[in-house]
Design a protein around this ligand. Structure first.
Ligand code: NAD
Length: 301
């Protein structure tokens, strides 16, 4: 196993939320020589070789300088940090790193509570999906004070590219706004590509041309070729989580007084898809939903 200290890494880290993203992230930290004290409410036997599981959330904080959270949303983050005694278990100087996509205003208020215990909350949400988590190529959007961000940067470097966005909450704000763009791109490109397909053009041929043209996006470069065309719809990012993110983003757009018509319509469409699909549906399923929702060609049927 590599020597963590020679790379400026801590010997151990706490990690709560070892799901689709947290699992491969913990695996990468372990491969870099960091021992991971983990907790999850669901059993994760597949990680037993790299994570030392503890019974209670607060126990991950024993003897570590940083605790990572990779939980679904702010409600769960609050329940874990405030409701399980974790906040009281953080030794002064500990950095609590919320890497999930939480709500920026709630992040700020939680940061005040964590600071009152002598610890620091840093938000560090990610983009890049399960593949990025496995490859250590996530984009990590960090919010927090310089000193504590610098302290956890060697850890975050193992997981991806660190971008210090601003003070606490700034990472969560940008992550939500990023996903608003991503959600809008997926609907816009899918409407266009489905229309082209009905016009008789092969989607693979369209993608090949669009991906060196001005219509390209993460949806045409990644989601369509990797999850839509093969018919797998298994990106690993749930539609319900995307809807959560874009609702946060719409709230930010509205609160700042920026025109929000497009953001509002995007949220409406994703909410309609979420209501029609299985609660566990992958977010790429919105393409199949749009396809089914589409009317027959004029003059047919
Ligand atoms: P997930 O549902 O696969 O994982 C969440 C984990 O948290 C699960 O293992 C669950 O059992 C655990 N958990 C839930 N409640 C808990 C509690 N009270 N105590 C301890 N553990 C608890 O979700 P995910 O896809 O890994 O996403 C995690 C976060 O990352 C979300 O905020 C999501 O929006 C964000 N995100 C996901 C992706 C992706 O592609 N999946 C990409 C970028 C960001």
């Amino acid at each position: 196993m590599p020597d963590a200290s020679s790379a400026g890494l801590p010997g151990a880290v706490g990690f709560i939320g070892l799901g689709r993203m947290g699992g491969p992230m913990a695996r990468r930290l372990a491969a870099a020589g960091v021992s991971v004290r983990g907790h999850d409410t669901a059993p994760r036997p597949g990680l037993a070789d790299v994570v030392t599981f503890v019974e209670k959330a607060a126990e991950v904080a024993d003897g570590v300088g940083a605790v990572i959270l990779m939980l679904p949303d702010s409600n769960v983050v609050d329940a874990v940090v405030r409701g399980t005694g974790l906040v009281d278990a953080l030794a002064p100087g500990t950095v609590l790193v919320d890497m999930g996509s939480s709500e920026p205003l709630r992040t700020r208020s939680l940061a005040d509570e964590v600071a009152a215990r002598g610890a620091t909350l840093v938000d560090a949400p990610v983009s890049g999906g399960v593949k990025g988590a496995e490859a250590g190529s996530l984009t990590i959007m960090v919010g927090g004070p310089d000193e504590q961000v610098a302290a956890v940067t060697p850890l975050l470097d193992v997981l991806g590219r660190v971008r210090h966005i601003g003070p606490v909450g700034a990472g969560h704000a940008l992550k939500a706004l990023n996903n608003l763009m991503s959600a809008a791109h997926l609907v816009a490109s899918s409407e266009a590509l489905l229309a082209g397909q009905r016009f008789g053009i092969d989607p693979a041929v369209m993608l090949d041309a669009v991906n060196t043209s001005s219509g390209r996006s993460g949806s045409t470069e990644n989601k369509w070729p990797n999850y839509v065309l093969p018919g797998t719809y298994d990106s690993g990012f749930a539609l319900a989580l995307m809807l959560k993110d874009i609702r946060i983003a719409l709230g930010l757009v509205e609160a700042t007084g920026v025109p929000s018509a497009h953001a509002a319509r995007t949220v409406e469409l994703w909410a309609e898809a979420a209501a029609a699909l299985d609660p566990d549906a992958d977010h790429t399923e919105i393409v199949r939903w749009l396809e089914r929702k589409g009317s027959d060609l004029p003059g047919e049927g």
